[in-house]
Design a protein around this ligand. Structure first.
Ligand SMILES: NC(=O)c1ccc[n+]([C@@H]2O[C@H](COP(=O)([O-])OP(=O)(O)OC[C@H]3O[C@@H](n4cnc5c(N)ncnc54)[C@H](O)[C@@H]3O)[C@@H](O)[C@H]2O)c1
Length: 441
């Protein structure tokens, strides 16, 4: 059976050496600092009561085995250093699905019973349950990968980060698109300057369904787009202005959008999400002064296209049309694709074994949750919300559309302020958004 470093070396090879950031992370992970690795191995001695795992092997529990959790089960079973996958779901029909097909899988109806059989938990329950389940796993000494959105309030996101840090446990969030080679390539193209000055980013994530019961469409779908844009720009939004409509579902928004302002780079981003659209769309458009790029996640070939098109004002002849248009060709860089969920879950396991900080750590989960919480407040107030290093409102759990957040609001007529703690992303080559890192706890 290959060791963790061998698997990681294979992953580096599979990426064709084209994964910025991740590749660097993986290379470092193959040779982690000795003290980190030794520390994690030592931690295993107490973290695994009963049948202790073999060194460099991890037992993972997938908590919530519905649509997405079952995909985690599949990819985790393919990772050689994962010695056991256990499933946890209160629904017997969900548990039954795994038992006959996969030998070696043990199923539990609740997390408490499953805890002794796992070293780490992947949490894929409905979003409003994320923080409760994650806290239970962390309190039991388990490393945790929480699906997006990490939590449904900034307060609980802070709590997860603190509790995991206090126990030296890995906390990671499932921002799957940050493990997608097409998104890495798009960031590479932006950073190379090929597109020129970035004017705006537009994302569309539309389909007929799937309607969720505990969160609205913004909390369900926009985490992907916010994490993609934060990653592409290397920073977090400075202001948020959301809209939403309750159309087919009277209880929560099923169509909506968020306008994000990335102040330092003067970039505006527009996120459009819908459960009420006849066509499935998963598209990110980046418009620059020299070229434009479109990433379409639904096509197998040419996922990323660079359009050699631009528009510029005509300065020398006021009698002519005021703008000139340049129509060039379309190119599509070769991208070696690997299933992003598998790359993500391998990274989680690698971080557990090495003690390294995940690319999508608790802080990046928090940044997305803060943006969504600001969007929820914006939706309620109908105004833009600034994320400006101020004290965050103490929102109760789940300001998710069915109920408005109980945040501290700015006086009428002024934009409300939310803390943007940790919005600046680590390792970004762009100028980072300047904010304090005061905790709101
Ligand atoms: N990263 C991605 O691309 C991606 C894609 C889809 C969904 N998700 C996320 O995955 C999570 C699950 O979404 P889904 O579409 O699979 O939902 P789902 O409703 O299909 O599955 C949720 C499962 O959790 C189970 N569950 C509920 N409470 C539980 C508990 N206390 N303990 C154990 N199991 C419990 C339910 O029985 C159900 O089987 C959500 O947070 C969602 O946002 C992420």
């Amino acid at each position: 059976m290959p060791t963790a470093p061998q698997i990681l070396a294979g992953l580096v090879w599979a990426s064709g050496g084209k994964a910025p950031g991740l590749l660097e992370d993986i290379r470092t992970a193959v040779h982690p600092p000795v003290h980190q690795h030794a520390g994690r191995r030592a931690a295993y001695a107490w973290a695994a009561p009963g049948s202790a795992p073999r060194e460099d092997q991890v037992r993972v529990g997938v908590v919530g085995c519905g649509y997405w959790g079952s995909k985690h089960v599949r990819v985790l079973q393919q990772i050689p250093v994962v010695s056991e996958v256990v499933v946890v779901d209160p629904r017997p029909e969900r548990r039954a699905e795994f038992i006959p097909s996969a030998s070696g899988i043990t199923a539990f109806s609740d997390l408490t019973s499953a805890l002794p059989r796992m070293d780490a938990a992947v949490i894929a329950v409905p979003p409003t349950e994320h923080s409760r389940i994650a806290l239970q796993a962390i309190a039991a000494g388990k490393h945790v990968l929480v699906e997006k959105p990490m939590t449904t309030s900034t307060a609980s996101a802070h709590r997860l980060i603190e509790e995991a840090a206090a126990r030296d446990l890995t906390l990671m969030v499932g921002h799957t698109f940050e493990y997608n080679a097409a998104v890495w390539k798009l960031r590479e193209v932006i950073e190379s300057g090929e597109l020129g000055e970035i004017y705006y980013i537009d994302t569309a994530r539309l389909n007929l369904g799937m309607y969720q019961t505990d969160v609205n469409v913004l909390w369900d779908l926009a985490p992907h787009d916010i994490s993609i844009i934060n990653y592409l720009l290397g920073s977090g939004a400075r202001s948020v202005h959301a809209w939403g409509a309750r159309l087919a579902d009277f209880s929560q928004e099923d169509v909506g959008g968020i306008r994000l302002n990335y102040g330092d780079r003067s970039v505006v981003a527009q996120v459009h999400v819908s459960w009420l659209d006849p066509c499935k769309v998963r598209r990110v458009t980046v418009v620059g002064s020299q070229k434009m790029a479109v990433y379409d996640d639904l096509v197998d070939q040419e996922r990323l296209r660079i359009y050699d098109k631009s528009v510029a004002p005509v300065q020398d002849d006021v009698r002519n049309r005021p703008m000139s248009y340049r129509y060039g060709g379309i190119s599509s860089p070769y991208i070696q694709m690997q299933e992003p969920l598998r790359v993500q879950d391998e990274h989680f396991i690698e971080c557990i074994l090495s003690g390294r900080r995940p690319r999508t750590d608790g802080e990046s989960g928090l940044a997305v949750v803060q943006t969504l919480e600001a969007a929820a407040l914006s939706l309620r107030r109908g105004t833009a919300i600034l994320l400006d290093g101020q004290e965050a409102p103490a929102a109760k759990e789940a300001p998710t559309g069915k109920e408005a957040p109980t945040g501290k609001e700015a006086p009428t007529g002024k934009p409300a302020l939310l803390s943007s703690t940790h919005l600046a992303r680590k390792g970004a080559s762009h100028k980072e958004v300047s904010r304090t890192t005061e905790s709101t706890r």
